[in-house]
Design a protein around this ligand. Structure first.
Ligand code: GLA
Length: 386
């Protein structure tokens, strides 16, 4: 679907086909890409993120009862559950993100209306751009607006994270849900994951953010993600701090040598990556391309050698990105283990960059990648059709 108008028409038609009327409300929530700060969120550090102009829509109408009926257009799948007793679905795993949000909101004592909804997403699924969070956040907006209550965006982000942690069972940090709820048009966000304070980071004119999707299936990311998290927690506890965010250079100097070698590697990456986030925010705003290049290179080297989250298609993509015209810097994105990566590219070279990366990556891996530029988009809310 090309434009928002076309997309609206098609989703409205699907809604009519499934539920026999026009939807009363349109909500959206964006995906995200991290520009610096891999795995720093659950270490309560900093992360530089941008909510992107690819989003998940829900066209919805209240039903006046306690049933939620969902149609996921991308998957051509339906699901239905009762708000009176919210259990997990085994066959429709995607629906657990909506069920989880309902479960958490109900636990907060909020009024939850039943509704019918068509879900349509332009965030590619399972590719590391926060599609799960986008679905959680758009569901929260629909419950809020049909339920007639208000909620601060930070709290909404936290509750959606709780849904993912406790209902879906993925122990993620706050990055994805925060980005989706608090995104800003044309801007990156510098987020402090400890207290959720956040600063808008304008990106210098002439620099484009380009997603390079390896389109290689993400490998073992669930298990590996949990292992990385446990290793960081172990490191923090051995260093005598509650999170790696709090390791001082002096404590690091004195005690890092006592850590077991893999734990040391993981912690070394996080401590340095957290530092890089602040420098990256300054470099991107100033248009300091040399620093962007250096910070991205260090981040990727650490992800590959210390945190060990880079798969072989990611190495192929990194080569392709770094060899393409107009590249300023490039690195991993999301949790790693495949999925999307991100490049910073000179605006006027974006098309040549795309063509060169596509050709080179295809040659080395046999996979056709997807390459597209994104810009900062507003956080979850009602769809603005202009
Ligand atoms: C996934 C998680 C996030 C974050 C990133 C890595 O996207 O959902 O919370 O930990 O990985 O930075």
């Amino acid at each position: 679907m090309s434009s928002a108008t076309e997309r609206r028409k098609q989703v409205a038609q699907l809604f009519r086909d499934k539920f026999g009327a026009a939807p009363e409300l349109w909500a959206r929530a964006p995906g995200r890409v991290d520009l610096m700060g891999s795995h720093t969120d659950y270490n309560l550090g900093h992360v530089l993120t941008v909510a992107i102009d690819r989003d998940t829509w829900m066209a919805a109408s209240a039903t006046g009862n306690d049933r939620v009926r969902l149609y996921a257009a991308n998957l051509n799948a339906e699901d239905c559950f009762s708000l009176a007793s919210i259990g997990r679905s085994r066959s429709n795993k995607w629906s657990n993100y909506v069920r989880g949000v309902a479960w958490v909101l109900a636990g907060e004592g909020l009024r939850l209306p039943g509704f019918d909804a068509v879900i349509h997403s332009t965030v590619p699924l399972e590719s590391g751009l926060g599609s799960s969070a986008a679905l959680e956040c758009v569901a929260a907006v629909v419950f809020r607006d049909l339920g007639g209550w208000r909620m601060e965006r930070e709290r909404m982000a936290r509750l959606c994270q709780t849904a993912e942690n406790q209902f879906v069972g993925v122990n993620c940090g706050i990055l994805d849900q925060f980005s989706s709820c608090l995104g800003e048009e044309q801007c990156g966000l510098l987020l402090d994951c400890r207290d959720l304070s956040c600063r808008r980071i304008p990106i210098a004119a002439g620099i484009r953010i380009v997603i390079c999707d390896t389109r290689a299936p993400r490998q073992l990311s669930g298990v590996e993600y949990a292992t990385r998290r446990a290793q960081c927690e172990e490191g923090a506890s051995r260093l005598g701090v509650s999170s790696l965010r709090d390791v001082s250079p002096q404590a690091w100097e004195e005690h890092a040598g006592e850590l077991p070698s893999t734990t040391l590697q993981r912690c070394r990456f996080i401590v340095a990556e957290n530092e890089r986030v602040l420098r990256m925010a300054a470099a991107l705003t100033a248009g300091d391309c040399a620093s962007v290049a250096g910070l991205c290179a260090d981040s990727f080297a650490g992800a590959r050698d210390l945190y060990e989250i880079c798969t072989s298609p990611m190495l192929g993509m990194m080569d392709a990105m770094l060899g393409a015209p107009g590249v300023i810097g490039a690195r991993q994105a999301g949790a790693g283990f495949g999925g999307c990566m991100v490049a910073f590219v000179e605006e006027e070279q974006t098309d040549s960059f795309r063509a060169a990366v596509t050709e080179r990556y295809r040659e080395s891996t046999g996979i056709t990648p997807e390459i597209y530029s994104v810009r900062g988009a507003p956080g979850a809310g009602l769809v603005n059709f202009n």
